[in-house]
Design a binder for this molecule. Structure first.
Ligand code: 3HC
Length: 715
């Protein structure tokens, strides 16, 4: 049984301390401990009140997420909360740290709440496809009003203690929450009544019978949580909190709606991602206790969009960073962009002016390699040219301390090739940031053949400090993310050749939940990249790229020159269909003997998803990704896959691998395309009724692809 609660008597006050490291979730042992602790305190005549607090950095981080979907054991949260709420002795929540979800709900059934100034509170259940199901949707609106409460629950934000005090979520702040709570109980020991949030209605009464606030919230939720089930349920709960005159009726409604969320596939998908993200930060064969180097100072080579964004990540994490460029004008421009980005954050209220001064003060720059001799890590972020990168690494190897980690920010170049020019290949690693690096959460960490455990552990630790979702990939063409795009993009392009138009394909995939359809993405990246590479290498255009190359021949390069698969109005990124392209689509289809036809949305989604999933299973079968969930983390954080579908591999598991193999076989028979050739690995899993999980053991893996045999233009 996980977790316990310590019972102590201090000055006639029972102090119940939740102990369930590291963040004190309400596991069975904690629920039982709180229930029994309350009973003991209530039956001991010498006890004048109860303080509930947590051990370590958290008060209580919520219900135990690992228990969802299983059979509940021990005292329920409802039993515990009834015990607290019906107590005749005052109960104070001494909120020493994080109070999230069921943790804040615990505090809300107490009579009083005193928080440490460093505590954070919030009801982030929505991130797990859930709603606050232990009274949070009924009690929070009574403290802060329905609009603020719904905003907190739909965003799932963590609110700092001083803001919680202003909003009225907590009553007071103290550096020593337990001592202050005991003193407080002594000051109210003779009071007959202690406040209960269930009896407060001054903040909700004016909204009774008025739908405006709820309609506004529905629009807000549709915008920031597109396609998600839980936000609508949260709004319904708060409607009950406002409109039901009997508190218990609202509570009952919350219980019913919570259960619907619990049974919904989105809940399973989003909890898969919660644990997947934490698992992805661990590398199976790198022991947890591996020594990590301290990163006190960093350098970034290149002051372009990527370099600037990466430098901002370091500065935002409080790590001094030096930017190096070889060109003074570029450097000036790059520093200017960084300053503008920070100014915009201040204007939008996302950064305080004094915080801007602090972070920009951490960024220095120069043209001289000698200036980075003492840094602990260098991230090289120049454009994708292996010869240039090798030259830079030779220089870095000369000027930096022997222990400095040398990272290359590449989306697809051979990290071992780059490491080979240094005398410290064990200190070389790939760090594939996504653009804009200061905003996108994904960090693909590319493990070279010789990257040491210490280097890898240090980078994973650094990823957490930079607030990234880090995923390890072996050094293989396209790593995880870009390689998977191959099958997906291939099918999007084939569908275009077969008769679907770009906005139809994008529309179908966006309705499925993708943040951006493939043709909007191609236009954003630039159609000319592949076209130029093929021209330069005198390579033949593959069938799937025929239309894209033909567009480039007509000077349609994508967003960069205002026309590609779509048209763009200057200064806007909004795509407008381009009917003038249709003649060209028909011509290219004809030239390639492809008969154009009407294609359904279902077929569009199915073929693109099969392309994505099948390449993912190959990546797993080669051990390029450690686990299927790692691939899901990459796709959700870097490629706009909807979190509520749990990522492409979870999606395949939830469809059933036997069905996936059936459909791959169906399309393979029709097209003979390698995109649909199901691997033996996938077939075996499907035959045995298994799911995509860990990569096979070392000896059972398919050989990973080599950089020599894969044409970069194909990825
Ligand atoms: N239940 C079970 N395990 C939890 C947990 C929880 N609520 N919260 C965190 N953990 C585990 C993590 O899985 C991780 O385990 P690991 O070390 O084995 O990988 C460990 O605790 C540490 O977590 P993090 O690595 O995430 O630590 P951080 O310091 O980065 O973050 C945190 C701490 C902000 C608390 C973050 O873990 C978090 O956001 N947790 C979830 C909070 C939440 O969503 N609470 C609501 C739960 S649902 C609920 O309460 C329903 C109720 O309304 C009925």
């Amino acid at each position: 049984m996980k977790g316990t609660v310590h019972y102590e008597l201090k000055d006639n006050v029972a102090v119940l301390t939740v102990d369930n490291p590291p963040v004190n979730p309400l596991s069975e042992g904690v629920r039982n401990g709180l229930y029994e602790g309350m009973e003991k305190a209530l039956t001991d005549d010498s006890v004048i009140g109860v303080v509930i607090t947590g051990n370590g950095r958290a008060f209580i981080a919520g219900a135990d997420i690992s228990e969802f979907g299983g059979k509940p054991e021990g005292h329920s949260l409802n039993d515990v909360f009834n015990k607290i709420e019906t107590s005749v002795k005052p109960v104070v929540a001494a909120m020493n740290g994080l109070a999230l979800g069921g943790g804040l709900e615990t505090a809300l059934v107490c009579n009083y709440r005193i928080a440490s100034p460093s505590a954070f509170v919030g009801l982030p259940e929505v991130n797990l496809g859930l709603l606050p199901g232990a009274g949070g949707t009924q009690r929070l609106p009574r403290l802060v009003g329905p609009a603020e409460a719904m905003k907190m629950m739909i965003i799932g934000s963590h609110i700092p203690a001083n803001k919680a005090l202003k909003l009225g979520v907590v009553d007071d702040l103290s550096d020593d929450v337990v001592k202050s709570s005991i003193e407080f109980i002594q000051s109210v020991k003779n009071d007959q009544n202690h406040p209960q949030i269930r009896n407060i209605d001054k903040n909700i009464i004016e909204f009774r019978g008025n739908d405006d606030v709820f309609n506004e919230m529905k629009q807000f939720a549709a915008k920031i949580r597109k396609g998600q089930f839980a936000p609508g349920q949260i709004i319904k709960c708060v409607e009950s909190a406002v409109n039901e005159t009997d508190f218990d009726n609202g509570l009952k409604k919350e219980g019913e709606l919570f259960l619907e969320c619990l049974m919904h596939p989105q809940r399973e998908a989003m909890i898969h991602i919660f644990f997947g993200e934490r698992a992805a930060a661990k590398i199976d064969d790198v022991p947890r206790e591996t020594h990590k180097q301290e990163i006190k100072k960093a350098a970034v080579i290149g002051s372009g969009t990527m370099g600037g964004g990466i430098a901002m990540c370091f500065a935002n994490a409080g790590i001094p960073v030096h930017i190096l460029d070889q060109d003074e004008d570029n450097l000036k421009r790059g520093i200017g962009v960084i300053n503008k980005n920070y100014e915009m954050m201040v204007e939008r209220g996302r950064l305080k002016p004094e915080a801007k001064e602090f972070v920009t003060g951490l960024i220095t720059s120069s043209l001289n390699y000698d200036d980075i001799h003492d840094v602990d890590i260098v991230v090289e972020a120049v454009y994708e040219n292996i010869d240039l990168k090798k030259k830079i690494f030779e220089q870095l190897d000369e000027v930096t301390k022997p222990e400095t980690i040398l990272a290359t920010n590449t989306s697809g170049l051979d990290v071992d090739g780059i490491a080979s020019v240094t005398k410290r290949p064990e200190k070389v690693v790939g760090t594939h940031f996504f653009s804009p690096a200061n905003i996108m959460r994904l960090l693909e960490v590319v493990r070279g053949n010789e990257s040491s455990n210490e280097t890898l552990a240090t980078i994973m630790d650094l990823g957490k400090k930079l607030k990234k979702a880090s995923v390890v990939s072996l050094n293989a063409p396209g790593f995880i993310g870009n390689r998977m795009l191959f099958g997906y993009s291939n099918q999007a392009n084939m569908l275009l050749l077969e008769g679907a138009l770009p906005h139809e394909i994008d529309g179908a995939l966006e309705a499925f939940g993708m943040n951006m359809g493939p043709f909007r993405m191609f236009d954003l990246v630039g159609l000319d990249l592949g076209w130029r590479a093929r021209k330069l290498g005198k390579l033949e255009t593959p069938l799937q790229a025929k239309i894209s190359d033909a567009l480039c021949d007509q000077d349609r390069f994508g967003q960069k020159n205002g026309k590609g698969f779509y048209n763009y109005v200057e200064g806007s990124r909004a795509p407008h269909p381009a009917p003038e392209n249709e003649e060209l689509y028909i011509k290219v289809s004809e030239e390639n003997n492809i008969e154009r036809r009407q294609i359904s949305e279902d077929e569009i989604v199915e073929r693109c998803m099969l392309g994505l999933v099948n390449e993912g299973t190959r990546i797993l079968s080669e051990g390029v990704a450690q686990r299927a969930a790692d691939i899901d983390i990459v796709y959700i954080n870097g490629y706009g896959f909807p979190i509520w579908r749990g990522g492409p591999m979870h999606y395949a598991n939830s469809m059933g691998l036997d069905k996936i193999v059936d459909r791959l076989d169906y399309y393979f028979e029709k097209t003979q395309s390698d995109v649909f050739r199901a691997s033996e690995f996938l077939r075996n899993l499907a035959n045995n009724g298994q799911k995509l999980g860990n990569a096979p053991e070392l000896g059972d893996r398919e050989p990973k692809k080599s950089f020599n045999v894969v044409n970069a233009g194909d990825l």
